[in-house]
Design a protein around this ligand. Sequence first.
Ligand code: ADP
Ligand code: MG
Length: 261
Amino acid sequence: LQEVSDAAALPPSQTARPHLAGGSLEVIGLDMAYGPLQVLHDVTLTIPAGTVTCIIGPSGSGKSTLLRCLNRLVEPAGGDIRLDGESVLPWKPDRLRRRVGMVFQQFNLFPDHTALGNVALALRKVQGKSGGDARTLAQRQLAEVGLAERADHRPSNLSGGQQQRVAIARALALQPEIMLFDEATSALDPELVKGVLTLMSELGQRGMTMVVVTHEMNFARSVASQVVFMDEGRIVETGPPDQIFGRPNSERLKRFLSEVL
Ligand code: ADP
Ligand code: MG
């Protein structure tokens, strides 16, 4: 209620960016294997609504697999995932994906559609919007990520940073409660990273529940509510950024930080 009355007192330019009320996720004893290779071992993690969780760790430690489980792109072998207290594993994956959006390193935009077309297509396919409604909403969402002027460009005529912002707009247009980011800036030229990180950090400040796999330690340090360090398919340490970066407990985390910082 406080949010609402504060927003009502703001000038229109600021009320255009509403507070986003996120859902909560609980991951309980999650196991996952690719054939004989077990890659997640008993992963347990609480992600409160409206918080930003950053997942760090060496390559191959299972970070992407964990995110993929959270969006049911792969099926866990054991354990549970609960969204606002309810197990999502009996759900059809599409039901979950309407509430949990995901952004990938490689954007995954359709090359033959414009920026607007990519966002509108998702609204039509996932939400069954009519063409006109989808385009109106898509245009508004592109404006939200600063791409109003680029709506009629195809991905090949956009920078990597702009393509990634289209991918974020496409996910946000579906009004997810939770957003998953898997190394969203790793494929970008260095000068394009900042714009995408700024957009992600604004989303976090507006209360979106986010799970962010990242190599950007400064982002994790300044934006995360909690940081999760994974190694060899297990969570080794979890804590607020001050603790993870300033007072790491395990030798494995100390070694990892000495290599990346
Ligand atoms: P990270 O994102 O931390 O680099 P991943 O979740 O991608 O780690 O990978 C964890 C482990 O699972 C690695 O050993 C990787 O080689 C393996 N792996 C990832 N994807 C597949 C797959 N599709 N099939 C078989 N093994 C995979
Ligand atoms: Mg990965």
